[in-house]
Design a protein around this ligand. Structure first.
Ligand code: NAP
Length: 255
Protein backbone atom coordinates (compact mmCIF):
# COMPACT_ATOMS: atom_id res chain seq x y z
CA UNK A 1 0.00 0.00 0.00
CA UNK A 2 1.31 3.43 -0.96
CA UNK A 3 -0.02 6.19 1.27
CA UNK A 4 0.19 9.76 0.01
CA UNK A 5 -1.81 12.96 0.26
CA UNK A 6 -1.79 16.71 0.36
CA UNK A 7 -1.17 19.07 3.28
CA UNK A 8 -2.14 22.73 3.44
CA UNK A 9 -4.15 25.27 5.38
CA UNK A 10 -7.02 25.99 5.10
CA UNK A 11 -7.03 23.64 2.06
CA UNK A 12 -10.66 24.13 1.19
CA UNK A 13 -10.80 22.91 -2.41
CA UNK A 14 -8.30 20.60 -4.07
CA UNK A 15 -8.62 18.49 -7.20
CA UNK A 16 -5.49 16.47 -6.39
CA UNK A 17 -7.17 13.57 -4.50
CA UNK A 18 -9.49 12.88 -7.44
CA UNK A 19 -6.61 12.93 -9.89
CA UNK A 20 -4.24 10.73 -7.87
CA UNK A 21 -6.88 8.18 -6.88
CA UNK A 22 -7.75 7.68 -10.54
CA UNK A 23 -4.06 7.36 -11.43
CA UNK A 24 -3.48 4.72 -8.72
CA UNK A 25 -6.47 2.74 -9.95
CA UNK A 26 -5.41 2.89 -13.59
CA UNK A 27 -1.85 1.80 -12.70
CA UNK A 28 -3.17 -1.09 -10.57
CA UNK A 29 -1.40 0.29 -7.54
CA UNK A 30 -2.96 -0.08 -4.14
CA UNK A 31 -2.64 3.53 -3.09
CA UNK A 32 -4.41 6.21 -1.12
CA UNK A 33 -4.26 9.99 -1.36
CA UNK A 34 -5.59 11.90 1.64
CA UNK A 35 -6.51 15.54 2.08
CA UNK A 36 -4.99 16.74 5.36
CA UNK A 37 -5.51 20.15 6.92
CA UNK A 38 -2.31 21.10 8.75
CA UNK A 39 -1.98 24.40 10.59
CA UNK A 40 1.34 26.22 10.11
CA UNK A 41 2.30 25.77 13.78
CA UNK A 42 1.88 21.99 13.42
CA UNK A 43 3.90 21.54 10.22
CA UNK A 44 7.01 20.02 11.80
CA UNK A 45 5.01 17.61 13.98
CA UNK A 46 2.78 16.67 11.08
CA UNK A 47 5.77 15.78 8.89
CA UNK A 48 7.23 13.56 11.61
CA UNK A 49 3.83 11.90 12.13
CA UNK A 50 3.40 11.24 8.39
CA UNK A 51 6.88 9.71 8.21
CA UNK A 52 6.29 7.54 11.30
CA UNK A 53 2.97 6.38 9.90
CA UNK A 54 4.55 5.04 6.75
CA UNK A 55 3.50 7.71 4.24
CA UNK A 56 5.46 7.50 0.96
CA UNK A 57 5.12 11.21 0.38
CA UNK A 58 2.82 14.22 0.25
CA UNK A 59 2.04 17.22 -1.88
CA UNK A 60 2.40 20.51 -0.12
CA UNK A 61 0.34 23.59 -0.77
CA UNK A 62 -0.02 27.04 0.75
CA UNK A 63 1.05 28.26 3.22
CA UNK A 64 3.70 25.53 3.74
CA UNK A 65 5.68 25.55 0.49
CA UNK A 66 8.47 27.77 1.80
CA UNK A 67 8.33 26.84 5.49
CA UNK A 68 8.90 23.23 4.55
CA UNK A 69 12.45 24.05 3.47
CA UNK A 70 13.29 24.27 7.18
CA UNK A 71 12.17 20.74 7.96
CA UNK A 72 13.48 18.59 5.10
CA UNK A 73 16.71 16.61 5.33
CA UNK A 74 17.53 17.23 1.69
CA UNK A 75 16.12 19.15 -1.26
CA UNK A 76 16.44 18.73 -5.01
CA UNK A 77 18.19 21.35 -7.13
CA UNK A 78 14.83 22.47 -8.53
CA UNK A 79 13.30 23.05 -5.09
CA UNK A 80 16.43 24.94 -4.05
CA UNK A 81 16.31 27.10 -7.18
CA UNK A 82 12.65 27.98 -6.70
CA UNK A 83 12.86 28.25 -2.91
CA UNK A 84 9.69 26.21 -2.47
CA UNK A 85 8.70 22.58 -1.94
CA UNK A 86 5.46 21.17 -3.34
CA UNK A 87 6.32 17.45 -3.11
CA UNK A 88 7.82 15.50 -0.23
CA UNK A 89 9.26 12.01 -0.45
CA UNK A 90 9.85 10.03 2.73
CA UNK A 91 12.77 7.74 1.95
CA UNK A 92 14.47 5.61 4.60
CA UNK A 93 15.08 8.09 7.35
CA UNK A 94 15.05 11.14 5.12
CA UNK A 95 12.48 13.79 4.24
CA UNK A 96 13.27 14.96 0.71
CA UNK A 97 11.74 18.15 -0.70
CA UNK A 98 11.14 18.55 -4.43
CA UNK A 99 9.30 21.02 -6.65
CA UNK A 100 7.22 19.60 -9.49
CA UNK A 101 5.53 22.92 -10.32
CA UNK A 102 8.43 23.70 -12.66
CA UNK A 103 7.86 20.48 -14.62
CA UNK A 104 4.09 21.06 -14.65
CA UNK A 105 4.53 24.60 -15.89
CA UNK A 106 7.04 23.58 -18.57
CA UNK A 107 4.69 20.93 -19.91
CA UNK A 108 1.75 23.33 -20.01
CA UNK A 109 3.95 25.74 -22.01
CA UNK A 110 4.94 22.94 -24.40
CA UNK A 111 1.27 22.32 -25.08
CA UNK A 112 0.67 25.88 -26.27
CA UNK A 113 1.01 26.29 -30.03
CA UNK A 114 3.60 29.05 -29.59
CA UNK A 115 7.33 29.33 -30.20
CA UNK A 116 8.05 30.65 -26.71
CA UNK A 117 11.58 31.77 -27.59
CA UNK A 118 10.21 34.20 -30.22
CA UNK A 119 7.50 35.49 -27.93
CA UNK A 120 7.43 38.52 -25.65
CA UNK A 121 6.29 37.14 -22.29
CA UNK A 122 4.83 38.97 -19.32
CA UNK A 123 4.71 37.11 -16.01
CA UNK A 124 2.49 38.58 -13.29
CA UNK A 125 3.43 37.57 -9.75
CA UNK A 126 6.54 36.83 -7.73
CA UNK A 127 5.25 34.26 -5.21
CA UNK A 128 6.03 30.53 -5.07
CA UNK A 129 4.39 29.57 -8.36
CA UNK A 130 5.67 32.65 -10.17
CA UNK A 131 9.22 31.70 -9.13
CA UNK A 132 8.69 28.23 -10.61
CA UNK A 133 7.34 29.82 -13.81
CA UNK A 134 10.19 32.36 -14.00
CA UNK A 135 12.74 29.57 -13.67
CA UNK A 136 10.94 27.57 -16.38
CA UNK A 137 10.77 30.60 -18.68
CA UNK A 138 14.43 31.46 -18.12
CA UNK A 139 15.34 28.24 -19.90
CA UNK A 140 13.56 29.30 -23.11
CA UNK A 141 15.89 32.12 -24.23
CA UNK A 142 13.09 34.68 -24.38
CA UNK A 143 13.56 37.81 -26.45
CA UNK A 144 11.46 39.97 -24.15
CA UNK A 145 10.66 38.93 -20.62
CA UNK A 146 8.77 41.18 -18.20
CA UNK A 147 7.90 40.44 -14.57
CA UNK A 148 5.20 42.48 -12.85
CA UNK A 149 4.32 42.24 -9.18
CA UNK A 150 2.28 44.21 -6.65
CA UNK A 151 5.34 44.32 -4.39
CA UNK A 152 7.75 45.56 -7.01
CA UNK A 153 10.90 44.75 -4.97
CA UNK A 154 10.06 41.05 -5.35
CA UNK A 155 9.61 41.47 -9.11
CA UNK A 156 13.01 43.19 -9.25
CA UNK A 157 14.70 40.37 -7.35
CA UNK A 158 13.23 37.73 -9.66
CA UNK A 159 13.89 39.76 -12.81
CA UNK A 160 17.53 40.24 -11.86
CA UNK A 161 17.96 36.52 -11.31
CA UNK A 162 16.50 35.57 -14.69
CA UNK A 163 17.42 38.49 -16.96
CA UNK A 164 13.92 39.99 -17.14
CA UNK A 165 12.62 43.54 -16.83
CA UNK A 166 10.76 44.31 -13.58
CA UNK A 167 7.66 46.50 -13.57
CA UNK A 168 5.07 47.66 -11.07
CA UNK A 169 1.36 46.97 -11.60
CA UNK A 170 0.95 50.61 -12.69
CA UNK A 171 3.54 50.12 -15.41
CA UNK A 172 1.93 46.92 -16.69
CA UNK A 173 -0.18 48.41 -19.58
CA UNK A 174 2.90 49.37 -21.63
CA UNK A 175 4.32 45.83 -21.39
CA UNK A 176 0.90 44.31 -22.13
CA UNK A 177 0.76 46.00 -25.51
CA UNK A 178 4.04 44.25 -26.45
CA UNK A 179 3.37 40.84 -24.86
CA UNK A 180 2.17 37.87 -26.88
CA UNK A 181 1.90 35.62 -23.84
CA UNK A 182 0.74 36.82 -20.42
CA UNK A 183 0.95 34.45 -17.48
CA UNK A 184 -0.98 35.20 -14.32
CA UNK A 185 0.80 33.55 -11.40
CA UNK A 186 -0.83 35.68 -8.69
CA UNK A 187 -3.58 34.52 -6.39
CA UNK A 188 -6.07 37.03 -7.84
CA UNK A 189 -8.04 37.15 -11.08
CA UNK A 190 -6.20 39.63 -13.35
CA UNK A 191 -8.48 39.46 -16.40
CA UNK A 192 -9.96 42.93 -15.92
CA UNK A 193 -6.52 44.58 -15.77
CA UNK A 194 -5.03 42.59 -18.63
CA UNK A 195 -7.42 41.77 -21.45
CA UNK A 196 -8.26 45.30 -22.61
CA UNK A 197 -4.58 46.08 -23.18
CA UNK A 198 -3.60 42.88 -24.97
CA UNK A 199 -3.31 42.67 -28.73
CA UNK A 200 -5.61 40.40 -30.70
CA UNK A 201 -3.58 37.26 -31.28
CA UNK A 202 -2.13 37.06 -27.74
CA UNK A 203 -2.40 34.27 -25.21
CA UNK A 204 -3.45 34.55 -21.57
CA UNK A 205 -2.42 31.65 -19.35
CA UNK A 206 -3.87 31.82 -15.84
CA UNK A 207 -2.15 29.32 -13.57
CA UNK A 208 -5.20 29.33 -11.34
CA UNK A 209 -7.82 26.86 -12.57
CA UNK A 210 -10.87 28.14 -10.74
CA UNK A 211 -11.64 31.33 -12.62
CA UNK A 212 -13.98 31.40 -15.55
CA UNK A 213 -11.90 32.75 -18.40
CA UNK A 214 -13.86 34.86 -20.83
CA UNK A 215 -12.56 34.92 -24.39
CA UNK A 216 -12.60 38.52 -25.64
CA UNK A 217 -10.95 40.46 -28.47
CA UNK A 218 -9.62 37.25 -30.05
CA UNK A 219 -7.33 36.56 -27.08
CA UNK A 220 -6.76 32.88 -26.44
CA UNK A 221 -7.31 31.89 -22.80
CA UNK A 222 -5.88 28.85 -21.02
CA UNK A 223 -6.18 27.96 -17.34
CA UNK A 224 -3.82 26.12 -14.96
CA UNK A 225 -5.46 22.68 -15.16
CA UNK A 226 -2.81 21.39 -17.55
CA UNK A 227 -0.08 22.48 -15.12
CA UNK A 228 -1.97 20.88 -12.22
CA UNK A 229 -2.09 17.55 -14.03
CA UNK A 230 1.59 17.50 -14.98
CA UNK A 231 2.89 18.63 -11.58
CA UNK A 232 0.72 15.90 -10.06
CA UNK A 233 1.94 13.32 -12.56
CA UNK A 234 5.56 14.13 -11.66
CA UNK A 235 4.78 13.76 -7.93
CA UNK A 236 3.11 10.42 -8.63
CA UNK A 237 6.25 9.28 -10.44
CA UNK A 238 8.49 10.39 -7.56
CA UNK A 239 6.43 8.33 -5.10
CA UNK A 240 5.76 5.23 -7.20
CA UNK A 241 8.61 5.19 -9.76
CA UNK A 242 5.87 4.74 -12.38
CA UNK A 243 4.48 7.19 -14.91
CA UNK A 244 0.73 7.67 -14.39
CA UNK A 245 -1.81 7.81 -17.18
CA UNK A 246 -2.11 11.50 -18.07
CA UNK A 247 -5.24 10.68 -20.04
CA UNK A 248 -6.92 9.22 -16.95
CA UNK A 249 -5.89 12.15 -14.78
CA UNK A 250 -7.26 14.61 -17.31
CA UNK A 251 -10.46 12.64 -17.77
CA UNK A 252 -11.43 12.76 -14.08
CA UNK A 253 -10.91 16.51 -14.15
CA UNK A 254 -13.25 16.81 -17.12
CA UNK A 255 -10.52 17.89 -19.55
P1 NAP B 1 1.80 33.09 -3.22
O1 NAP B 1 3.17 32.56 -3.03
O2 NAP B 1 1.00 33.47 -2.02
O3 NAP B 1 1.94 34.41 -4.17
C1 NAP B 1 0.84 35.22 -4.40
C2 NAP B 1 1.14 36.23 -5.51
O4 NAP B 1 -0.07 36.95 -5.78
C3 NAP B 1 2.18 37.29 -5.14
O5 NAP B 1 2.88 37.67 -6.30
C4 NAP B 1 1.30 38.43 -4.61
O6 NAP B 1 1.91 39.70 -4.71
C5 NAP B 1 0.14 38.35 -5.58
N1 NAP B 1 -1.08 38.95 -5.04
C6 NAP B 1 -1.79 38.52 -3.98
N2 NAP B 1 -2.85 39.33 -3.77
C7 NAP B 1 -2.79 40.30 -4.74
C8 NAP B 1 -3.61 41.41 -5.07
N3 NAP B 1 -4.70 41.71 -4.35
N4 NAP B 1 -3.26 42.18 -6.13
C9 NAP B 1 -2.16 41.88 -6.85
N5 NAP B 1 -1.34 40.83 -6.60
C10 NAP B 1 -1.65 40.05 -5.54
O7 NAP B 1 0.88 32.10 -4.06
P2 NAP B 1 1.35 30.96 -5.08
O8 NAP B 1 1.56 29.71 -4.34
O9 NAP B 1 2.45 31.48 -5.90
O10 NAP B 1 0.02 30.74 -5.96
C11 NAP B 1 -0.34 31.66 -6.97
C12 NAP B 1 -1.48 31.10 -7.83
O11 NAP B 1 -1.04 29.93 -8.51
C13 NAP B 1 -2.73 30.71 -7.04
O12 NAP B 1 -3.86 31.22 -7.73
C14 NAP B 1 -2.76 29.19 -7.10
O13 NAP B 1 -4.07 28.68 -7.14
C15 NAP B 1 -2.05 28.93 -8.41
N6 NAP B 1 -1.41 27.60 -8.45
C16 NAP B 1 -1.60 26.82 -9.55
C17 NAP B 1 -1.01 25.56 -9.61
C18 NAP B 1 -1.27 24.69 -10.80
O14 NAP B 1 -0.79 23.56 -10.79
N7 NAP B 1 -1.98 25.13 -11.78
C19 NAP B 1 -0.17 25.12 -8.60
C20 NAP B 1 0.01 25.93 -7.50
C21 NAP B 1 -0.61 27.19 -7.43
P3 NAP B 1 2.80 40.26 -3.49
O15 NAP B 1 4.17 39.66 -3.69
O16 NAP B 1 2.78 41.72 -3.69
O17 NAP B 1 2.16 39.82 -2.22
Amino acid sequence: MITTGIIGYPLEVTLSPRMHKAAFKEANIEGVYLKMVVRPEHLKTALQALKMNGFRGVNVTNPHKEALLLFVSDITDTAREVGAVNTVLFRDDEIIGDNTDVFGFQRSLDNLPLRIGDTAVLLIGAGGVARAAAFGLSQRQLQDFFIVNRTVSKARHLAKKYGAEALSLDEMPSALSRAKLVINATSVDMQSSVIANLSKDSWYLDLNYRYTLQERNGIRMVNGLEMLVYQGARSFEIWTKKKPSIETMKKVLGM
